[in-house]
Design a protein around this ligand. Structure first.
Ligand code: IFM
Length: 472
């Protein structure tokens, strides 16, 4: 993403974005591709998890999802109609290396060749994520991210994918939301592989970050100068009302934000997080000499995923183990959302995005890209239309929040709506619709929602309305 002059004009009716601002939408392989058993693809941890009774809402699986594996030409045409400048998608590691190591499946690579060529043919820039949670099951059978070896396997897979597609793809992201992979996967167990072992989840977090750093090193060695390497984190935006909440907020900020930001920034793991989690056992024993230098390998931009703020308070018992996604944390009580919530029950707060971007500008010092932002609401198709006023309001309010951050000097280079298509929302199966395009899973008919049409208008104008939700 090229340098932008944050010369954001605030007009009477429109808030304009910088001229080369990148507009896109995002998806992930397991969530949309379907076709889990074709062309030599190996099983992933999500295939196994989805087949586990009770793990995923109503036993939903990765098939057929949006059948994007077969329908990608029409989906790319849709992207072109929406005017997207870029498309963020992930490669399915088990399509490319069915057992996560060694043999490469040419039919898997060929699918991504076709997709990338189709995108480029429509003038849409591919932004590739190497890992969006579909770990080859064979690696999990060997310990998954709890095993240091997985970091090396990931780096090899990253390098071979980059070698193959790097003549056409300039934008590469290593991991999507390693916090989720580590803590939802190995601590709370609500995501694949469904392990509940808080100490191991911290070891997994380290191995994920090591894999990121090793991959960056290998890709950097083989990358032409114009390639840009990045990582995508899901930050916790803490909404604090008074000082009594500060310590709880510090703990959550430590385990979700600083645990990743500090090593990436060359500062190692935060001392307070290591102390707060020491009661689980010494997970830092897995950190070997030189690992922290690897993790700090320079990247070109950071991806920011933002949906909702988090509210916490000090628990009455300082030693009480916090529930939810943080079983490794003590003394923190998670508070319910306030005010407007999405269909998923997530608090709507665009202000939290502006504040988060300002904080990251201070603490990260890298260009930022909003790699995911969106909302789930229960849509209905009526007379061939989906009038999703709630999602449209969410979208426009958050775009104003991004504009406000840019106008205040934050270096934000792009915005990707989550998601292009309704899709498999992990443990919630198909029950939550995040798409700006509706998918009828029975017929596979796509219907652009009002939010999708609004995003297309925003892209066309390179601006959001200053007030209201319609562009003049
Ligand atoms: O669908 C997910 C995505 O895979 C990762 N970020 C959050 C989204 C909504 O939950």
């Amino acid at each position: 993403m090229t340098t932008t002059d944050p010369d954001t004009e605030v007009g009477r009716d429109l808030l304009r974005f910088p001229p080369d601002f990148l507009w896109g939408a995002a998806t992930a392989s397991f969530q949309i591709e379907g076709a889990t058993g074709v062309d030599g693809r190996g099983p992933s941890i999500w295939d196994t998890f989805a087949a586990t009774p009770g793990a995923v809402h109503e036993g939903h699986t990765g098939d057929p999802a949006c059948d994007h594996y077969h329908r990608y030409p029409a989906d790319v045409e849709l992207m072109a109609e929406l005017g997207l400048g870029a498309y963020r998608f992930s490669l399915a590691w088990p399509r490319i290396q069915p057992v996560g190591a060694g043999r490469v499946e040419p039919r898997g690579l060929a699918f991504y060749d076709r997709l990338v060529d189709e995108l480029l043919g429509r003038g849409i820039q591919p932004v590739v994520t190497l890992y969006h949670w579909d770990l080859p099951q064979a690696l999990e059978d060997n310990g998954g991210w709890r095993n240091r070896d997985t970091a090396y396997r990931f780096a090899e897979y990253a390098a071979l994918s980059h070698e193959h597609l790097g003549d056409r793809v300039r934008q590469w992201t290593t991991l999507n939301e390693p916090w989720c992979s580590a803590f939802l996967g190995y601590a709370s167990g609500i995501h694949a592989p469904g392990v509940v072992d808080p100490k191991a989840s911290l070891e997994a977090a380290h191995h994920l970050m090591l894999g990121h750093g090793l991959a960056v090193q290998l890709m950097r060695d083989q990358a032409p100068d114009d390639h840009e390497l990045s990582i995508v984190l899901n930050f916790c935006a803490l909404a604090v009302d008074d000082d009594s909440q500060l310590d709880a907020a510090r703990k959550v900020d430590g385990l979700q934000n600083r645990l990743f930001l500090d090593p990436l920034g060359g500062r190692g793991y935060p001392r307070d997080v290591v102390e707060d989690t020491a009661w689980l056992g010494d997970w830092t024993a897995v950190v070997r000499d030189g690992d922290l230098d690897v993790i700090a390998a320079p990247i070109d931009w950071m991806g920011v995923n933002y949906y909702s703020p988090t509210r916490v308070a000090a628990a009455a018992d300082p030693l009480a183990v916090s529930g939810g996604p943080f079983p490794g944390l003590r003394g923190v009580e998670f508070l319910p959302p306030r005010g407007e919530v999405t269909g998923f029950g997530w608090e709507v707060d665009a202000r939290g995005l502006t504040d988060l971007l300002a904080r990251l500008q201070r603490d990260v010092g890298l260009p930022l890209v909003i790699t995911e932002n969106g909302s789930a609401f229960p849509d209905v198709v009526r007379d061939g239309e989906v009038v999703d006023e709630d999602r449209t309001r969410y979208l426009v309010d958050h775009l104003r929040a991004v504009h406000e951050a840019i106008a205040a000097g934050v270096d934000v280079r792009g915005y990707f709506a989550w998601s292009l298509l309704d899709n498999f929302e992990w443990a919630a199966g198909y029950s939550q619709r995040f798409g700006i395009v509706h998918v009828d899973y029975d017929t596979q008919v796509r219907t652009v929602k009002r939010s999708g049409r609004t995003l297309a208008e925003v892209i066309g104008a390179n601006a959001v309305p200053a007030t209201g939700y319609d562009l003049p």
